[in-house]
Write a protein that binds this ligand. Structure first.
Ligand code: SAM
Length: 213
């Protein structure tokens, strides 16, 4: 955390610090309940193996259950999250794995140092004007040809939440986006899009996953 951090980053961090335990309860069992999500993570793991394996960053890992699942799939995954409280929970629940506090806007990782990168519903808190910089960071730290998975809510709206789970006061902004908009930013950062999947296209808030490299 630095004095130069923008207000939205500071608010996101303190909101997830406040709501870390509640969020962890909310997503408990999510991968076992959602076969499309589970299959997407498995597909990503297959791409990592096909690219030769190596360390994989779960960026915005929250309580670390996707990092843990990747590890069960044989991937050398580690987690990074903005919220120290989230990282404390991830370390508690997955004591054998590596989790670090950090921000996707300025990753503390060398160039070309990760074999794959997954951002599961974490770019949703990045405002549009900061997205190109985040995808440039992803590109910088990924080895050439390394797979990228990005998951997010689909739509046009920006939503400000003031109540966490269950009922804790927070102030976090979430951005829903069209897959084409996210794909455009990825192409601008010199990624190649491999697949776009939309989950629950008729649901109130569909989800999307883009695979790129
Ligand atoms: C909706 S949660 C998703 C957590 C987890 N990936 C999952 O799928 O359940 C969003 C997470 O992104 C983290 N986050 C938000 N902005 C971030 C940033 N700039 N850098 C790293 N993590 C960030 C939050 O702290 C939170 O843990």
């Amino acid at each position: 955390m630095t004095a130069d951090d923008p207000a939205w980053l500071v608010a996101t961090r303190s909101s997830y610090d406040t709501d870390a335990a509640g969020y962890t309860e909310k997503v408990r069992g999510l991968l076992s309940e959602r076969p499309f999500l589970r299959a997407s993570v498995a597909l990503f793991a297959e791409f990592v193996r096909a690219a030769g394996g190596g360390p994989v960053a779960d960026v915005g890992c929250g309580p670390g259950y996707v990092t843990g699942h990747l590890h069960e799939l044989g991937v050398d995954a580690f987690g990074i999250d903005l919220s120290p409280e989230m990282i404390a929970i991830a370390r508690r629940d997955y004591p054998g794995l590596r989790f670090e506090v950090g921000t996707m806007t300025d990753l503390d990782l060398p160039d070309d140092s990760v074999a794959g990168l997954l951002a599961f519903w974490s770019i949703i808190h990045i405002p549009d004007d900061a997205m190109p910089g985040v995808f440039d960071e992803f590109r910088r730290v990924l080895r050439p040809g390394g797979p990228l998975l990005v998951g997010f809510h689909v739509g046009d709206e920006t939503q400000r939440s003031s109540e966490g789970y269950p009922g804790r006061p927070i102030d976090v902004t979430s951005h829903r986006r069209k897959p084409s908009q996210v794909a455009g930013w990825l192409r601008d950062a010199r990624f190649t899009i491999e697949a776009e999947m939309v989950f629950g296209p008729d649901a109130r808030v569909p989800g999307a996953i883009l695979f790129a490299k």
